[in-house]
Design a protein around this ligand. Structure first.
Ligand code: SAH
Length: 519
C-alpha cells in the first residue's frame, strides 16, 4: 500500500493534431493509453479519445461554431479537481496546445493550483493544412518567412491588434480564423498594401476525409468562399506558395478521395481494410454491426481441446476462430505441441497467415475462399471416418458441415466465439446518409449483413441505406445482401480483403466523371 501519502495526479496538455488521428505524437498516444481522465476539445479527433482505457472518464469539452461547450473556467476546475484526486488527466487539444488554443492559460491555471503538468506538442492546423493541400509554407524560390496569426480584429481582445503592415510583409501568412472574419481580414490586408493578386487558399477540415479547399486571389477569395458556402473550421494560407498547389496536391489525386465507405467488420478485424481504404483517400465509417464475445460456455471447446490430437483435421473458417482457439489452448495449459499430427486447413490466406503466425503450417488453403472451397479441396482426400474439428461462431453457415458429414467425416463443431449486435457507427452513417454522403457499403461476411440491416429500422432510413451500392466479398455474402434488399454493385474475383480493396478502387474509377462528387 502507499501509506498515507496520496499519489499525486498530473495533467498532460496534449496536442491531438489537426484531425487525422495518425497525426498525434507517439508520446501523446502513450499518455492517452494510460489516462484515467480524458478532457477533449471539439476539434480533437474522437478516434483518439477511443485510445483511452475502457474505464477512463471521458469529458467532452467541445466548443464549436459559436455553440458553447464547457466554459473555460469549468475546464480548468475539472482538470484541477481530477488531478487532485490523484488521477492522470490528458487534456486533448486540437492541433498544438499552445497555438491559439488557450494552452498557455490552462498551464497557468494548473501552475496556480500547484498541479503538476506537462505539455506535448502537436501538429498544428497550419502544418496539417499546408501538407494536405499541397502548399509548402516556405520554398527557396517563393517564401522564406511565414506568420501564423488569428488576425484579431477585436480591439478589446487581449494580445492587441495586429500590425497589419508587418503581417502583410511576410511571404506566407496563415490565418486561423472564423470564416465570418474572412472579409474583414482580407480588407485589412489589402489596405495594408498586400497585392490583390496574392494567391490564397482556404482549407476546411484539413487532413480529414471531408477536407475542402477553395483557392483564388486576395481580390476574389471572399466571393469565392461565399459561393462555395465555406463553413468553419477553416484557415487561410496567403502567399505565392499557394500557387504551387495544383502541382503538389497529392491528397486530391488519391483514388478514393472524397468517397465515404462503410466498413462492416468487427473492430478487431477491421484494421487492415480500414487502413487500406484510408490510405487511398477514402473517408471510412466503421460500423461493425456485431461484436465478438466469448462463448457462454467453454465446456464443449475444452472437451475438444482435451483430445485435440485425436482429430485428423482442424478446419479454420476465420481469423477470429484461430485467435480464440489458440488463446483457449494456452488458457487450458496446453500449447501447439498438442496439435501434432493434425492437418490444419484454412478458408483463405488471411486465416492461413494467422495460423502460420503461431508457428504452425497450414496443410492447404482452397482455391476458392469459402466453405464450398474447403469441401471441394477435401473431396480429394479420404474423408470417410475422418475426425474433423471446426472451431467457429455459433451462427455460421452450414454447407461445410453438411458436406463433410455427407462424405462420411465425423465433424465436431465447437463454438469458440459468439456474436452480439453492435450499434457503433450507426449514428454516423445516419448523419452521412441525410447529407447524401455515403458512397459504398462493404460486406465481408454474411453474418454481418442481417445485423447491419437491423440498425436501420425506420422506414425512411431503411430505404435510404438500401439505395447505397454494396461491395460484397464473395457470392454468399452477396446473396445475403440481396436477400436483405441491398443492391450489390461489385464483388472481387477472389474473395479476400486485398482483392476487395482493389475492386473498390476499380469500381470508383469506372464512374463516368459527371457522377463523381466534387472533392
Ligand atoms: N490549437 C489549434 C488551433 C485552435 S484555434 C491548432 O494548433 O491547430 C481553432 C482554429 O484552428 C479554427 O478556427 C480553424 O481556423 C483552425 N483549425 C483547426 N483545425 C483545423 C482543420 N482541421 N482544418 C482547418 N482549420 C483548422
Amino acid at each position: 500500500m502507499r501509506g498515507r501519502r496520496r499519489t499525486s495526479g498530473i495533467v498532460h496538455l496534449v496536442g491531438a493534431g489537426p484531425g487525422d488521428p495518425g497525426l498525434i505524437t507517439t508520446r501523446g498516444r502513450d499518455l492517452l493509453a494510460r489516462a484515467d481522465v480524458v478532457i477533449a476539445d471539439a476539434l480533437a479527433s474522437r478516434e483518439l479519445v477511443k485510445l483511452a482505457p475502457l474505464g477512463a472518464e471521458q469529458i467532452d469539452a467541445g466548443k464549436r461554431c459559436g455553440r458553447h461547450g464547457v466554459e473555460q473556467g469549468a475546464v480548468n476546475r475539472l482538470m484541477i479537481d481530477r488531478a487532485r484526486r490523484g488521477l492522470r488527466v490528458v487534456r486533448l487539444k486540437g492541433g498544438d496546445p499552445s497555438l491559439f488554443g488557450r494552452g498557455g492559460e490552462e498551464a497557468e491555471a494548473l501552475r496556480r493550483a500547484r498541479v503538476p503538468f506537462t505539455v506535448v506538442p502537436g501538429v498544428t492546423a497550419a502544418l496539417g493544412a499546408a501538407a494536405w493541400a499541397g502548399i509548402p509554407l516556405t520554398h527557396r524560390r517563393h517564401a522564406s518567412t511565414v506568420v501564423f496569426t488569428t488576425g484579431h480584429l477585436d480591439p478589446d481582445k487581449r494580445g492587441g491588434r495586429p500590425d497589419w503592415k508587418a503581417l502583410a510583409s511576410a511571404d506566407t501568412l496563415v490565418f486561423y480564423m472564423g470564416v465570418k472574419r474572412l472579409p474583414g481580414i482580407v480588407g485589412c490586408l489589402l489596405r495594408a498594401g498586400m497585392s490583390q493578386k496574392t494567391p490564397v487558399a482556404l482549407v476546411r477540415w484539413a487532413t480529414l476525409p471531408g477536407q475542402e479547399t477553395v483557392t483564388g486571389r486576395l481580390a476574389d477569395i471572399v466571393s469565392l468562399a461565399r459561393a462555395a458556402r465555406l463553413r468553419p473550421p477553416a484557415l487561410m494560407i496567403a502567399g505565392r506558395v499557394a500557387r504551387l498547389r495544383p502541382r503538389l496536391d497529392w491528397f486530391g489525386r488519391l483514388p478514393l478521395r472524397g468517397r465515404t465507405i462503410v466498413v462492416t467488420r468487427p473492430r478487431d478485424q477491421a484494421g487492415p481494410f480500414v487502413e487500406a481504404l484510408r490510405e487511398l483517400g477514402a473517408g471510412v465509417i466503421l460500423a461493425p454491426a456485431i461484436v465478438l464475445r466469448p462463448p457462454r460456455s467453454m465446456v464443449r471447446l475444452d472437451r475438444a481441446l482435451a483430445r485435440v490430437a485425436s482429430y485428423d483435421y482442424l478446419v479454420f473458417t476465420s481469423v477470429n476462430g484461430v485467435a480464440r482457439l489458440f488463446a483457449r489452448l494456452l488458457e487450458t495449459r496446453r500449447d501447439i505441441r498438442d496439435l501434432q499430427g493434425v492437418d490444419i486447413l484454412a478458408i483463405g490466406p488471411a486465416t492461413a497467415a494467422a495460423v502460420e503466425a503461431r508457428g504452425l503450417r497450414v496443410a492447404a488453403v482452397p482455391a476458392e475462399h469459402r466453405a464450398e472451397g474447403i469441401v471441394k479441396m477435401m473431396g480429394r482426400r479420404r474423408l470417410a471416418g475422418a475426425r474433423v474439428l471446426v472451431p467457429r461462431a455459433a451462427v455460421a453457415r452450414d454447407v461445410l458441415i453438411k458436406e463433410l458429414r455427407r462424405r462420411g467425416a465425423r465433424v465436431d463443431v465447437v463454438e469458440v466465439y459468439r456474436t452480439a449486435p453492435s450499434r457503433e457507427g450507426a449514428d454516423e452513417i445516419r448523419r452521412a446518409l441525410r447529407r447524401g454522403r455515403v458512397d459504398l457499403i462493404t460486406f465481408t461476411s454474411s453474418s454481418t449483413v442481417t445485423s447491419f440491416a437491423r440498425l436501420f429500422r425506420g422506414r425512411e432510413e431503411a430505404r435510404r441505406i438500401r439505395r447505397v451500392p454494396v461491395a460484397a466479398i464473395g457470392p454468399i455474402t452477396a446473396a445475403s445482401a440481396r436477400r436483405e434488399g441491398f443492391r450489390v454493385a461489385l464483388m472481387p474475383r477472389t474473395y479476400t480483403v486485398p482483392d476487395l480493396t482493389r475492386a473498390v478502387v476499380r469500381w470508383f474509377r469506372s464512374f463516368p466523371s459527371g457522377t463523381l462528387r466534387a472533392s
